[in-house]
Structure formats: structure tokens, C-alpha cells
Design a protein around this ligand. Structure first.
Ligand SMILES: Cc1ncc(COP(=O)(O)O)c(C=O)c1O
Length: 430
């Protein structure tokens, strides 16, 4: 008897094939990445690091991990690579614990301004384990307020500064951050999770000359399996020759046990793919598609994502828009906007991206079509403002969901979307 799970995987494969995936942190892996990820390497325990394991039988695993490390350094131009973090959040925690120590001061971009939870948000342990100071963006331009970063750094003297974002449609200028960190004498850590694919292909400036450490997930624009890497630059080793060893130990034995060797192997396959010229073409199209999407929706994008404010349509419309788009076969995520006027859970914006669609072969002209569907959905959402009174929200959302579920326009769009999406192959999905 086969497992019930395989039926559910088939169901999810259909959802991926017949819908439009526009969450900017998602992507589709290649057949080869999936093959390595689903391999017998999952059977092995290899606590430790290459050449220094607690278990026997790791000759082959050492070769795989060293290969992944060398490819990562080649791709990014870094001095040392740690490929064992199970995912982005534990990688960031390993770095923060080592560089700041429990109770130490950290400085990072706030969640509502486009930063990540792990940069010291109140809901994350990083907001409780550390004296986490947060910087924001200019509420008018939505760009990082470097004056604020500088004054907070000088005032609080952090052990390190995070430069990285999760919902920021502009390029990042690493040089002024390096000047601030050098002035204060602290470490500078770039979390490039979202934009790593753009950095390694030259579509975004590289942080390597400016920062001491880079953390990145491997499953976003890099198009690999879920996982993360910590990369140490030459500048990092110049500041502290022990930095690579310190961070390696912080990951294991500090925070994790055995690495996921099947994941490491899949990361190596992804890195091989990212080193090919075709990956540069792919990222070039990702950027063009995001720019076209932004223009069609009356917004801007210099990267792979669009952060769309819905305040011109009403109050707190992020959740309602996400829900209506999902009914229409388009997956996005609700997101806070700078100076969020509603709430973190029922915010005023949505975040959309082009990486996954571009993997399926979607081009600018298709983005124009997709944007027109999105605009139609927005018309349906208009007027469904979030009640300002908290106690009225539950009832409102219940009846809103029912209304949207029976909406004829959304049903018609969904039929068109399914027909359209079905024509674009999803790698590794038949
Ligand atoms: C900038 C950034 N850092 C870290 C993470 C965390 O990665 P993970 O979900 O793998 O823990 C994310 C994920 O969204 C991210 O956007």
C-alpha cells in the first residue's frame, strides 16, 4: 500500500502547475536538485565538519561538503563557506549568538520596514536574547534611512549590524553601511537571502568587499533546496582570523547536531547550476519581469519583488487581497508597508515577486497579462476595508471569505489563470 502522502503531493503538484506562484521567496528546483535532495544521503550521520567528524564512514560526505564549500566560495568570491545551517533563521541565530553573545547589542532593519524576523523583531527569540536595536526606512521614499542607522550605531555601539531585507524593492548600497560599522568598530553582516541570485550574476552590487560575513538561504533566487550558508569574506578574516572557525563552531556543536547531507548535496547541485551562463540569463529575466510587474501596478522595483501599498483602495486590505488573489489562482503574501497604518497581522500591502514565474519561462508580455488580472481582483477587493474595531474583525472576515468564494469575476479569472499557467512547465512536475 502506498502512503497517503503521495496523493497529497500530487494534489500540491497540481496546485503548483495550475496556479501562478508570486511569493518572491519561492522558486522551483531543477530535477537534479530534487534528485540529490531525495537521495540516500539522508541515511548518514556526520556530526562535525569535513575532516573532523564524530562518526565514521564520512569519506564520501567529506568530499560532497568540501565540494559545496568550494563552489559557494567560487560563486560569491568569499574566503570560507559554511554550508550546514538547516535554514536561514538558524544560520542567522548562529551568527548573532557568536558575534553578539547572549544579551549583546545588535542593530538591524525592523520587520515592518522590510527587515527579517531574525534581525531582532519582538516576536523572534532574537528580539529577546539580544539588546536588539532596530532601524527603519524613510516613510516617504521607503528607502533605508542611513542617518538613522548611523546615529543608532553611534549611540548603542552594537556588536554587529545586519544589512539585509525581506520586503524591500530597492537595491542596497553596502558602502555606507561599511563606513558606519568601521566607524563604530563592529562587524557588518549581510543577509542576502532574497537577492543572492542577483548578486552572483551581477544584477545587484556585491556586499563581499564591504562586509565581514554573509548569510543566505539557498531556496529563494538561488533556486536550490531549503537550506542556508554562512560565508566569511577576506575582510572578515582580516578583522578576525578566527572568524570562520568561530562561526563553524557556533553552527555545530553550538546550535545543531548532524548536517543534512542530502541537503548539502542538493546545495552543491544548485551551486553548479548557478555558475552556468544560463543562470545569468534567468536572473536577467527575473529583474525585467519584476520591473514590468511593478510598472503595470503603478509601483517600482529594482530587484525581484514588488511591495504594493493598497492604502489608496481602503484600510487594512492586505489579507483581503491575498485571499481574493488566491481564489483567482494567484498566490502572493500580505505584507506590512513602511509606517503601517493598520496592523502587522492585517496589514496594508502585498508582496509579489517574479523568481518562480520566470523559472517557468514567463516573460514581460505575460507579466502585463498577469498584472491586468491582479488589477481586476483589486477592483473586487475595494470597499472591503478592515473594521477598525478589533471585535468586529472575526465576523467581517468570515462573511468576506464567503463572499469572495462565490464571486463570479474571481471564478472567471481563475479559469483563465489555470488555462494560462498550465501551458508553462514546472521543472520536475509532470
Ligand atoms: C532575509 C531573510 N533572512 C532569513 C530568512 C529565514 O529563512 P528560513 O525561512 O529558511 O528560516 C528569510 C526568509 O524569509 C529572509 O527573507
Amino acid at each position: 500500500m502506498t502512503s497517503k502522502v503521495f496523493g497529497l503531493i500530487k494534489e500540491e503538484a497540481d496546485r503548483q502547475k495550475y496556479g501562478l506562484e508570486m511569493i518572491p521567496s519561492e522558486n522551483y528546483v531543477s530535477k537534479d536538485v530534487l534528485k540529490a535532495l531525495g537521495s540516500i544521503l539522508t541515511n548518514k550521520y556526520s556530526e562535525g565538519h569535513p575532516g573532523a567528524r564524530y562518526y565514521g564512514g564520512n569519506e564520501v560526505i567529506d568530499k560532497i561538503e568540501r565540494y559545496a564549500q568550494s563552489l559557494a566560495n567560487k560563486l560569491f568570491g568569499t574566503a570560507h563557506a559554511i554550508v550546514q545551517p538547516h535554514s536561514g533563521s538558524p544560520a542567522n541565530l548562529a551568527v548573532a549568538l557568536e558575534l553578539a553573545g547572549p544579551g549583546g547589542t545588535t542593530l538591524g532593519q525592523s520587520l515592518t520596514a522590510g527587515g527579517h524576523l531574525t534581525f531582532g523583531a519582538a516576536a523572534s527569540w532574537t528580539g529577546r536574547l539580544f539588546n536588539a536595536i532596530q532601524y527603519g526606512v524613510d516613510p516617504k521614499t521607503w528607502k533605508i534611512d542611513l542617518d538613522e542607522v548611523r546615529s543608532l550605531a553611534k549611540k548603542h555601539k552594537p556588536k554587529f549590524i545586519w544589512v539585509g531585507t525581506t520586503a524591500y524593492p530597492f537595491q542596497i548600497d553596502y558602502k555606507p553601511f561599511a563606513e558606519i560599522a568601521d566607524e563604530v568598530g563592529c562587524f557588518l553582516v549581510a543577509d542576502t537571502s532574497h537577492i543572492s541570485g542577483l548578486i552572483v550574476t551581477g544584477y545587484h552590487p556585491s556586499p563581499v568587499p564591504y562586509v565581514h560575513v554573509i548569510t543566505t538561504t539557498t531556496h529563494k533566487t538561488l533556486r536550490g533546496p531549503r537550506g542556508a550558508m554562512i560565508l566569511i569574506t577576506k575582510k572578515g578574516l582580516d578583522k578576525d582570523p578566527e572568524l570562520a572557525k568561530r562561526l563553524e563552531k557556533s553552527v555545530m556543536p553550538g546550535l545543531q547536531g548532524g548536517p543534512h547531507d542530502h541537503q548539502t548535496a542538493a546545495i552543491a547541485v544548485m551551486l553548479e547550476e548557478a555558475l552556468r551562463p544560463s543562470f545569468k540569463n534567468y536572473i536577467g529575466q527575473v529583474v525585467k519581469n519584476a520591473k514590468m510587474l511593478a510598472e503595470e501596478l503603478g509601483s517600482v522595483s529594482e530587484v525581484h519583488l514588488v511591495l504594493l501599498s493598497l492604502t489608496h483602495l481602503g484600510y487594512g486590505l492586505g489579507y483581503q487581497t491575498q485571499y481574493a488573489l488566491e481564489e483567482a489562482g494567484i498566490t502572493v503574501n500580505k505584507n506590512t508597508i513602511p509606517g503601517e497604518p493598520a496592523s502587522a497581522f492585517y496589514p496594508s500591502g502585498i508582496r509579489l515577486g517574479s523568481p518562480a514565474l520566470t523559472t517557468r519561462g514567463i516573460k514581460e508580455k505575460d507579466m502585463v497579462k498577469i498584472a491586468s488580472w491582479i488589477r481586476k481582483v483589486l477592483e473586487e477587493v475595494k470597499g472591503h476595508d478592515l473594521p477598525k474595531e478589533q471585535e468586529k474583525r472575526k465576523e467581517f472576515l468570515k462573511s468576506y471569505r464567503q463572499l469572495v468564494h462565490n464571486n463570479k469575476t474571481l471564478k472567471d479569472i481563475r479559469a483563465e489563470v489555470e488555462k494560462f499557467a498550465g501551458k508553462f512547465p514546472v521543472p520536475a512536475v509532470q
